[in-house]
Design a protein around this ligand. Structure first.
Ligand SMILES: Nc1ncnc2c1ncn2[C@@H]1O[C@H](COP(=O)(O)OP(=O)(O)O)[C@@H](O)[C@H]1O
Ligand SMILES: N[C@@H](CCC(=O)OP(=O)(O)O)C(=O)O
Length: 368
């Protein structure tokens, strides 16, 4: 299956067991070098790449000389703080060899569940990718205690894929796909090539993690697949351990693909269209033309603001004739939108007292 050749934005999740040698606790530099090579190939043909990498706790554990047994929460948090800086540094060096710039992004679950923070995170990814950077994402494990106890980077990678509007998510694992039972325990287990829907039967086949360094197992990978598919993003589980794992996947190495219906853009529009509007912004004829031509709504085109809405809420866009053009997620509160209506971008900062976002509603955040 030519599953990556037409991908526009790819999120790759790298588990701890791939990056960190279990015995020595050292980073597998050769492997990371080969992954960076794969990333350079994808970037070279114009695809955006985001890496979600685990490994901070595994790396920090060795560096701090912590015991091999299960860590306490405090030890995990300390290990993550020490390990993350090494992890990010290693990616920075590996990508720099291919002329690529790494960008560290540390997130918590709130960054995707709170709509305002979700929009901020999305905007940050958009900007980093526009400048050609490769975001290296991990949970902020040192701060987010719940994430260490319950968190796993499989679901987080799916959330990043959804947030960034990716069309492919690849979970590089220690297994080459999803099997009818845990292949480590059942020699008769069979691998699926493609899964189109996650049924209760499929869910019953998923077991827990195999290695001591990992947190997820197949259960969290199925949750990741559900989230990705619902957002129009195809997801693969593929073998990560060989060198150049993404090239191998492209060259036909076995994997399981979870296939989504629809595109990220269609799913996002449907998500916005289903929201309850919290207000209404009236726009002038010029703004109607701009929006109908595929542009964003700028404050300059707004003539009146109704309702009490916050940043990230859905609002209706009304034409001078009173027709509802569509729905969009606003980047300003009702009060700020009212204060800057009719103003050109340069005139906004003195009024609000903070640097302005140029659009009131970005074109990607509109549904008609
Ligand atoms: N149905 C299944 N198909 C494949 N692997 C399974 C299944 N159920 C449980 N597993 C286990 O899940 C492991 C992969 O997840 P995990 O250990 O979290 O690794 P990672 O997070 O590094 O990908 C496999 O090595 C296997 O032991
Ligand atoms: N955020 C944690 C890893 C959490 C996790 O899901 O680990 P893994 O199962 O190896 O992908 C860390 O960097 O150590």
């Amino acid at each position: 299956m030519a599953a990556l050749s037409d991908a526009r934005r790819i999120v790759v999740k790298i588990g701890s067991a791939l990056l960190v040698d279990r015995q020595s606790g050292e980073l597998r530099a050769d492997w990371l070098g080969s992954l960076a090579q794969d990333v350079a190939v994808l970037r070279g043909r114009g695809a955006d790449v985001i890496l979600v990498s685990s490994g901070s706790i595994a790396l920090g554990r060795g560096a701090l000389g912590l015991p091999a047994r299960e860590l306490t929460l405090e030890q995990s948090q300390a290990a993550a703080a020490v390990g993350q800086i090494r992890l990010a540094g290693a990616y920075d060096a590996a990508l720099a060899r291919h002329g690529l710039r790494a960008a560290q992004v540390l997130v918590t679950l709130d960054d995707s569940t709170d709509r305002r923070r979700y929009l901020n995170t999305r905007a940050t990814f958009e900007t980093l990718l526009r400048y050609g950077a490769v975001p290296i994402v991990n949970e902020n494990d040192t701060i987010a205690t719940d994430e260490i106890r319950y968190g796993d980077n499989d679901r987080m990678a799916a959330q990043i894929a959804v947030t960034a509007g990716a069309d492919r998510l690849i979970l590089l694992s220690d297994v080459d796909g999803f099997y009818s039972a845990n292949p480590a325990q059942d020699p008769g287990a069979r691998r699926f090539d493609v899964i189109e829907a996650i049924t209760p039967e499929i869910e019953a086949m998923a077991g827990d993690a195999g290695s001591g360094l990992s947190k997820g197992g197949m259960k969290t990978k199925l949750m990741a697949a559900k989230a990705a598919m619902a957002a129009g993003c195809d997801m693969a589980i593929a073998l990560g351990a060989p060198l150049n794992p993404i090239a191998a996947l492209e060259n036909g190495a076995p994997a399981t693909w979870f296939r989504a219906q629809g595109t990220p853009q269609q799913k996002r529009k449907a998500w916005i269209a289903a929201m309850k509007p919290r207000g209404r912004v009236h726009v002038d004829a010029g703004a109607v033309r701009a929006i109908e031509g595929g542009g964003s709504l700028l404050p300059a085109g707004v003539t009146a603001v109704e309702g009490l809405f916050g940043r990230g809420d859905a609002v209706e866009i009304a034409t001078p004739e009173g027709r509802t053009l569509g729905l969009g997620l606003t980047r300003y509160t009702a009060a700020d939108a009212d204060a800057i209506r009719g103003l050109r971008s340069g005139a906004i900062e003195p009024v609000l007292g903070y640097p302005a976002r140029s659009a009131l509603i970005h074109r990607d955040d509109m549904a008609f």
